[in-house]
Ligand binder design. Structure first.
Ligand code: KIV
Length: 286
């Protein structure tokens, strides 16, 4: 196992230049929502920490990502930023924080930057170009996100693979080009067939970061709780689970409970012992 504790701080231009066709290493992005996990994923050497709105369903118990707003996202962004990671910190703009008007989107992006984000991510293609331009014009770096966009769950009628026919694939490529032209420095491609992601990747000069989009992207992103086996739900097909921390945690807490009930915890080493004089003073009281 290799960790990269001594690497330099990752900045936006370094990520923006990571095209695999130019010989670059794939971008490694993963989510984190709090300080301890931000430290862990940073020590492991990821390039980008995404404070995803997936905090809603992975940490806060909501059924989808529509239930968190800017205040909740800022709270989690600040927790991640307090880890002072070398990885770039990207914050998801939550649903309805960039849909009303570009100046509203800009104000909300600024709130996330003041909380500690170094860039923001928002979902949608050509129709989001005015919001992207307003945010980029204020020198806030933006990551686009197209394909399966979880904030559109109601309109899509569920979380389904997108761009499965030639027309939809062509629309997706147009969206990728429009986001790149508007100034996005990277684009997440979620839940699209591998060949479509490869064409979109070839069509833009900024890196594409895939999640359920095959091996042809310039990088990959996964949800930390899926990677660590911390979520209760059956993970989607595109997830590779590298640990089963939920099972480990359940077993550890069950052992603690059993030790308390049997009297095996606390034992001598876990106890502050009274001095002989204190014992003497206490003797006979009570
Ligand atoms: O919120 C999130 O975790 C995301 C990833 C799935 C890309 O947007």
């Amino acid at each position: 196992m290799t960790t990269r504790p001594d690497r330099p701080k990752v900045a936006v231009p370094a990520i923006a230049a990571r095209k695999r066709r130019d010989g670059a290493e794939p971008v490694v992005m993963i989510t984190a929502y709090d300080t301890p996990f931000a430290r862990i994923v940073d020590d492991a050497g990821v390039d980008v920490i995404l404070v995803g709105d997936s905090v809603a369903d992975n940490v806060l118990g909501f059924p989808d990502t529509l239930q968190v707003g800017v205040a909740e996202m800022a709270h989690h962004v600040a927790a991640v930023a307090r880890a002072h990671p070398r990885a770039l910190v990207v914050a998801d703009m939550p649903w309805m924080s960039y849909h009303v008007a570009p100046d509203d989107a800009l104000r909300n992006a600024a709130t996330l930057v003041r909380a500690g984000a170094e860039a923001v991510k928002l979902e949608g293609g050509r129709r989001r170009v005015p919001a992207v331009q307003a945010i980029v014009d204020a020198e806030i770096p933006v990551v686009g996100h197209i394909g399966l966009t979880p904030q559109s769950v109601r309109a899509l009628g569920g979380l389904r693979v997108q761009a499965r026919d030639p027309e939809a694939a062509a629309e997706l490529v147009l969206d990728a080009k429009a986001l790149a032209a508007a100034g996005c420095f990277a684009i997440v491609l979620e839940g699209v067939p591998d060949a479509v992601a490869a064409v979109a990747t070839e069509a833009v000069n900024v890196p594409t970061i895939g999640i359920g989009a095959g091996a042809g992207c310039d990088g990959q992103v996964l949800v930390l709780h899926d990677v660590l086996g911390l979520s209760d739900r059956e993970p989607p097909k595109f997830v590779r689970r590298y640990a089963d921390l939920a099972a480990d945690a359940r077993e550890a807490v069950a052992r603690y409970a059993s030790d308390v009930r049997s009297g095996a915890f606390p034992a001598d080493p876990e106890t502050y012992h009274a001095s002989p004089s204190l014992r003497e003073a206490l003797a006979g009281r009570g």
